[in-house]
Design a protein around this ligand. Structure first.
Ligand SMILES: CC(=O)N[C@H]1[C@@H](OP(=O)(O)OP(=O)(O)OC[C@H]2O[C@@H](n3ccc(=O)[nH]c3=O)[C@H](O)[C@@H]2O)O[C@H](CO)[C@@H](O)[C@@H]1O
Ligand SMILES: C=C(OP(=O)(O)O)C(=O)O
Length: 437
């Protein structure tokens, strides 16, 4: 397993361009299974999770033609559904979270979809009930083998049939999966309590450009009029909003002047304002974000009545849970106190132990809540050796290491590489002292 060695304490300077969004790319790549025509996808991030999914599609028989870097043309005209029943698939399908979203398209187009328990971060319970309840509502038969955690759905002879459904929770990958199954079902499906992240808006736009009939895009009520078949299209993935948030946090905590290029401001939702609540100056310059060097630190804004600032996650358009670990680390050097409330996942805050070792003042109240008492840079974090437990804790620890005095070591960096493209190289380009060993 690789490690990063990071010498912290020096401000960075320059421009950084976000990669394509990992979580959008996972949905979009699965959607290529919905047609036998060519689908060209641009701005695909070159990261472990995405590359694993591309390999999986290739093993299913999807033709993959690489264009310029980041652009691939897929053609699913000779899909080998038999691959789903092989031992190789059982291993491969369980290696990442996003693979769950091949089930909806396969069920819709080929009448069956199987998947082993998907991987992804170990950040608490990650149920799949919403996905499978959705397929069952469309008429699919469901089976689950408890021994090897293998899930399967099959459609009846007459195919899937549209219906009205109310999801038990606004699951991101669950909504994507159900939408991809419903686009080819007979009749109309309505999905209420649908997730509506930009990832999903992009997926629906892509499906519509392939000939699907989806309305309500961007809201929590989607109406999908089923069509006979879909055709090819070209789609460009948005910049990764979680990477953008990560670079905002990095800039503030290392007192660096950084411009984040081409961020697609209209798709950032509450992200800029949430960092502003920590006292970080974020300027909109055309479609870039400019962050000045915070030489005098940043001061947390309290609520109107003076009570302690709380930053909590919520389904979109709420604040994404994937940025809470980054907000937490940035708060350790703010002037003022912040309560971080991670409502969705119960094991995502345990990495604070490592920050406490580095000298951060954090009180973990329970698995979901931590109070951070900012140092206001009066005391610098100390370098240490740490292991990255999940992707976002990993990047948070990396930010902490870049702001700390001395040389830190981060182990288990595959966790970071699965979501951040050539991160060491890109950070070195703006002056970071980071090497991969
Ligand atoms: C590949 C991918 O796209 N992964 C993202 C996706 O995962 P994923 O789609 O797996 O996450 P879900 O949206 O299904 O649910 C995430 C967690 O939040 C809980 N939950 C969800 C909705 C809700 O209204 N209430 C609630 O409590 C779920 O029970 C679960 O524990 O969405 C998560 C939530 O934004 C992100 O952290 C992941 O990065
Ligand atoms: C939790 C995440 O990813 P995954 O769902 O792939 O585990 C994430 O991107 O923060």
């Amino acid at each position: 397993m690789g490690i990063f060695k990071i010498e912290g304490g020096t401000p960075l300077k320059g421009e950084i361009t976000p990669q394509g969004a990992k979580n959008e790319a996972l949905q979009i790549l699965c959607a290529v299974l919905l047609t036998g025509d060519k689908v060209r996808i641009n701005n695909i991030p070159d990261i472990i999770d995405i590359n694993k999914l591309i390999t999986l599609l290739g093993n299913l028989g999807v033709k993959i033609q690489r264009n310029e870097p980041g652009s691939i043309t897929f053609q699913a005209d000779e899909v080998n559904v038999g691959y789903l029943e092989t031992e190789a698939f059982k291993k491969e399908g369980g290696a990442l979270r996003g693979s769950i979203m091949i089930v909806g398209p396969l069920l819709a187009r080929f009448g069956k979809g199987y998947i082993p328990k998907p991987g992804g971060d170990k950040i608490g319970r990650r149920r799949l009930d919403t996905h499978f309840e959705g397929f069952i509502n469309l008429g699919a038969k469901f089976r689950y083998n408890r021994e090897d955690h293998f899930y399967g759905v099959e459609s009846p002879e007459e195919g899937l049939t549209g219906t009205d459904m109310l999801l038990d929770e606004a699951s991101v990958t669950g909504t994507a999966n159900i939408v991809m199954a419903a686009v080819l079902a007979k009749g109309t499906t309505t999905v209420y309590n649908a997730a509506c992240e930009p990832y999903l808006q992009q997926l629906c736009k892509m499906l519509n450009s392939m000939g699907a009939k989806i309305t309500g895009v961007g809201s929590n009520l989607l109406t999908i009029e089923g069509v006979e078949s879909l055709g090819g299209c070209e789609h460009t993935i948005l910049p990764d909003m979680i990477e953008i948030g990560s670079w905002i946090g990095l800039a503030a905590m290392t007192k660096s002047e950084i411009t984040i290029k081409n961020v697609s401001w209209e798709n950032l939702g509450l992200i800029p304002n949430t960092f502003r609540k920590l006292g970080i100056t974020i300027e909109k310059r055309n479609d870039d974000i400019y962050i000045p060097a915070h030489k005098d630190g940043y001061e947390v804004k309290t609520d109107i009545d003076g009570s302690i600032l709380t930053i909590a996650d919520a389904p979109w358009p709420g604040f994404t849970p994937d940025l809470l670990s980054i907000v937490l680390v940035v708060a350790t050097q703010a002037k003022g106190d912040v309560l971080i409330h991670q409502k969705m996942f119960e094991s995502r805050l345990f990495f604070v132990d490592k920050l406490i070792d580095m000298g951060a003042k954090i009180m973990l109240c329970d698995p979901h809540r931590a109070v951070v008492m900012g140092h206001n840079f009066e005391s610098q974090l100390k370098a240490t050796t740490m292991s990255s437990p999940d992707i976002r804790a990993g990047i948070s620890l990396l930010i902490a290491a870049l702001s700390a005095k001395g040389t830190s070591t981060i182990q288990n960096i595959e966790q970071i590489d699965r979501g951040y493209e050539r991160i060491d190289e890109r950070l070195r380009a703006i002056g970071a002292k980071i090497v991969r060993a």
